[in-house]
Write a protein that binds this ligand. Structure first.
Ligand SMILES: [Zn+2]
Length: 155
């Protein structure tokens, strides 16, 4: 577990990812940097958020946090996990017979994860989006996908 895995930020990241899926139909972030002060998550997404999108996102995340949903972990056999979640991003070190740790946030989100979490979403605080924007494409980059970066803090 990386030492920058602040439990409150980490739970916020899961809620944020599920909210991005539900509001905008994108995937979970493919990269994240979580720190106690502020964090950033990068998504494959074809446009920047509008002001209205950003407000809707912030409010939807905070509604989930306010519900004080339980955050629970359980170990399940890989076959069962495969029927519940996308396991395509598991590290190669996870063997085919290893059980998978799933983290659920009430009925809102389920995700394979090894990180530390708070025990309910009410412990996270308020989610505050600091900025959003598409990253400049790097010269010579082999991917055509545009990347939306969200920066956020908890207050
Ligand atoms: Zn996680």
């Amino acid at each position: 577990m990386a030492k920058d895995y602040d439990p409150q930020m980490h739970t916020a990241e899961h809620v944020l990812n599920q909210t991005m899926i539900r509001l905008f139909g994108c995937g979970r972030c493919f990269s994240s940097h979580l720190n106690p002060g502020k964090s950033k998550c990068d998504y494959y997404f074809d446009r920047d958020l509008t002001v209205i999108d950003a407000a809707a996102l912030e409010s939807a995340v905070n509604i989930v946090l306010d519900q004080d949903l339980p955050v629970q972990e359980r170990m399940v056999p890989r076959r069962e996990a495969e029927s519940l979640v996308n396991l395509s991003k598991l590290p190669a070190s996870v063997g085919p017979d290893d059980p998978i740790r799933l983290v659920t946030i009430g009925d809102y989100d389920i995700c394979p994860c090894i990180g530390a979490h708070v025990s309910s979403t009410g412990e996270v605080g308020r989610f505050c989006l600091i900025s959003h924007g598409l990253l400049e494409k790097e010269a010579g980059s082999d991917t055509e996908q545009s990347v939306l970066r969200l920066r956020f803090k908890l207050v």
